[in-house]
Design a protein around this ligand. Structure first.
Ligand SMILES: NC(=O)c1ccc[n+]([C@@H]2O[C@H](COP(=O)([O-])OP(=O)(O)OC[C@H]3O[C@@H](n4cnc5c(N)ncnc54)[C@H](O)[C@@H]3O)[C@@H](O)[C@H]2O)c1
Length: 281
């Protein structure tokens, strides 16, 4: 069953638009989403949680769905606005169907579905096992097919489906053959679905992040001291914050992007357009 969002947390966050390292621009978003319903799958800490907070701050009623119930509850309790933590296992089609059926029964047809779920496991091709391949394709691609298919049945018209891909789906790096193949497949899935549903009024897009300092990667950076090494490789000289990715998602979901479909927006500080000559600092 859908459970109610808890209101008690003393540490509720206001989602803010932030601009690079300069003082934060404190602007609650007004982008035409007030009162609409959005479902975010993969609402645990990181890009998903920040996306939930951003959409709630923009006035959406948000269903924060995750396999990890505690993580979904935590996201809800640290969001401003109306956020309901809900359970889903995207590897199980029946669970996805239940999520959308109960959401529709409680809140009506959602106008946006955002699927953040994905997993990366860097491994050389020679060491990649069948199990690694299966997991990468399952969690980065097949579940997106299942969630998109079920979402497209229930989404309001106009509506939108937004997937989180990766710049690994459009450019390549070593030790990412399975992950990159899955994300490249997701890019193709998004484009094809966009064409099929364009006339019907559903826009289908993807955001492709570069390196994002989620709580998980923060632990890696803190323990290895490699934050700077990653940052200097990015033209903008910093890795992304989850809010950078959430901002692009809110834009794609909103009426500001009403004429945008089938697109993959790279949010990577310029990393994917850089030819690696040492000509500039
Ligand atoms: N972090 C980065 O640097 C980075 C870079 C490029 C792309 N991405 C993409 O961004 C997305 C989010 O990345 P993140 O680092 O925030 O991920 P994360 O691993 O921190 O979060 C993923 C969430 O998905 C949930 N989840 C996992 N399996 C599930 C299932 N079967 N059913 C329902 N929920 C499930 C997890 O509980 C977790 O809350 C992924 O698609 C990832 O590929 C991340």
């Amino acid at each position: 069953m859908l459970s109610a969002a808890t209101d008690e947390s003393p540490s509720r966050l206001t989602w803010l638009v932030t601009v690079n390292a300069v003082p934060e621009v404190q602007t609650p978003l007004e982008v035409g989403l007030r009162g609409s319903t959005a479902i975010v799958l993969g609402a645990g800490p990181g890009i998903g949680a920040t996306t939930v907070q951003a959409l709630a701050s923009a006035g959406c009623v948000v269903l924060a769905a995750d396999l990890n119930d505690e993580a979904a509850r935590s996201t809800a309790s640290t969001s401003d606005g109306e956020v309901h933590p809900v359970h889903v296992d995207v590897t199980d089609r029946a669970s996805v169907q239940t999520l959308f059926a109960e959401a529709e029964a409680s809140f009506g047809r959602p106008s946006a579905v955002v699927n953040v779920i994905g997993i990366s496991r860097a491994k050389g091709l020679a060491d990649t096992t069948d199990e690694d391949w299966h997991t990468m394709l399952e969690l980065n691609l097949r579940q997106q097919f299942v969630v998109a298919q079920e979402a497209l049945r229930v989404l309001a018209r106009p509506g939108s489906y937004t997937a989180v891909a990766s710049i690994n789906g459009t450019v390549s790096s070593p030790r990412n053959a399975a992950y990159g193949a899955a994300k490249a497949g997701l890019v193709s899935l998004v484009r094809s679905a966009a064409l099929e549903f364009a006339e019907d009024g559903v826009r289908v897009n993807a955001v492709a992040p570069g390196i994002v300092e989620t709580p998980r990667l923060k632990g890696f950076f803190d323990s290895t001291g490699m934050r700077e090494e990653f940052a200097v490789a990015v033209p903008m000289k910093r890795v992304a914050r989850p809010a950078d990715i959430a901002g692009a998602i809110v834009f794609l979901v909103s009426p500001l992007a009403a004429y945008i479909t089938g697109q993959v927006i790279s949010v990577d500080g310029g990393a994917s357009i850089k030819y690696p000559l040492p000509l500039t600092g």
